[in-house]
Design a protein around this ligand. Structure first.
Ligand SMILES: Cc1cc2nc3c(=O)[nH]c(=O)nc-3n(C[C@H](O)[C@H](O)[C@H](O)COP(=O)(O)O)c2cc1C
Length: 200
């Protein structure tokens, strides 16, 4: 099996033309260029019911939550592009985190999150680019023991920001988003932490 650093990349949006999906693809390319082994997933392919403790008690983890958890367990690094909904995290992303945070019998608590490293970004047609939502995403992940990189990028006016090929019109912004992926791959060795590449 490859020992390259493994990165799970996704957006907190299911929308087909999602700006956040476009953005996370740029960061994923940066992570690949830095030697990361990237799995890009679309949360649309993981349709989850709203978290419901009665459903969980009755039926356990829904199959798509199990698939998502298995992927998260197999990757030590997370690249997340989060839309901002009413100044906060999208329901889709929060619900995915909530399901992934639930241990199945015999699993360690928060195994999908503890000691993982994440880089965050956001895109919005608004002037702040989803920046206010990132404050909440950062707090949520930090509280479940994810090491979140201080670097982040928020792309404002996202409806005008992308070229038809999916790159950003602003070359500096394009480099900054690619750089997020690159840094996510390199951060552990930069910090002198032995990097085992894959997941737990
Ligand atoms: C319920 C809802 C609330 C929203 N609230 C905000 C907001 O607080 N700030 C913002 O910049 N955009 C807000 N938007 C606009 C989103 O940024 C926009 O729909 C964006 O395209 C969503 O991300 P996506 O393109 O990745 O799906 C909101 C959109 C919806 C549907």
């Amino acid at each position: 099996m490859s020992t390259n650093p493994r990165v799970l990349a996704f957006a907190g949006s299911t929308r087909a033309e999602s700006f956040n999906k476009k953005l996370v693809r740029i960061a994923a390319a940066g992570a690949r260029a830095a030697g990361g082994e990237v799995t890009l997933l679309d949360l649309r392919d993981f349709p989850l019911p709203l978290f419901d403790a009665d459903l969980e008690a009755r039926e356990g983890l829904p199959p798509h939550a199990r698939r998502l958890k298995d992927l998260m367990l197999a990757h030590q690094r997370l690249l997340i592009s989060s839309p901002e909904y009413n100044s906060s995290i999208s329901g889709v992303l929060k619900n995915a985190i909530d399901w992934a945070s639930r241990p199945a019998p015999g699993e360690a608590p928060l195994g999908c999150f503890v000691d993982k490293v994440a880089a965050l970004m956001s895109a919005s047609p608004g002037a702040l680019g989803g920046l206010r939502g990132l404050v909440h995403v950062r707090a949520i992940l930090g509280n479940i023991k994810v090491l979140v990189l201080p670097d982040q990028v928020a792309v404002s006016r996202a409806n005008e920001a992308f070229n038809p090929d999916g790159t950003l019109k602003d070359p500096k912004q394009q480099a900054a988003v690619g750089g997020l992926g690159e840094k996510l791959v390199q951060i552990l060795s930069k910090l002198g932490i032995r990097d085992e590449g894959g997941g737990v």
